[in-house]
Write a new protein. Structure first.
Length: 139
């Protein structure tokens, strides 16, 4: 999987312990043994509608208006939580059918998304460095 890959996880475990379907965006290529992943939402509450990076919103995000990519409707790529999954976890999910490939973001959007994510407060130093390295490889 490559940066910008959009997947649907039918058994995503949320912070509160509940399990449900969630669209997610993969931010790196997994060569470190882990994928860094963010959730998406179509709920506009406490989020702006300025295309691209909105790191100063109450919930930091990257906004994609309807028609800007393969996602249907308005989408906010949430940058207030970064998830790490082992590559083996992601491959098991893919081969079991639990995780489905939905599409991939255009490279120009991926570059802007990575630039935005790198500057978010909620990212760890290790995640930040992984994304910096990934961003440099996309240039």
């Amino acid at each position: 999987m490559t940066p910008g890959t959009i997947i649907s996880d039918t058994q995503f475990r949320f912070s509160d312990g509940t399990i449900g379907q969630k669209l997610m965006i993969i931010l790196n290529d997994g060569t470190t043994g882990k994928y860094i992943v963010i959730k998406t939402t179509s709920q506009p509450k406490r989020k702006g509608r300025k295309t691209g990076c909105q790191s100063d919103d109450y919930y930091p995000n990257f906004y994609l208006p309807d028609g800007s990519c393969c996602l249907r409707g308005e989408s906010w790529l949430m940058l207030n939580e970064f998830f790490e999954f082992d590559t083996s976890h992601m491959l098991r999910g893919k081969f079991s059918g639990r995780m489905k490939h939905i599409g991939i973001l255009p490279t120009d959007i991926v570059k802007e998304l990575l630039d935005c994510a790198i500057n978010c407060q909620d990212i760890s130093l290790a995640q930040e460095q992984t994304l910096i390295d990934m961003r440099n490889n996309l240039s």
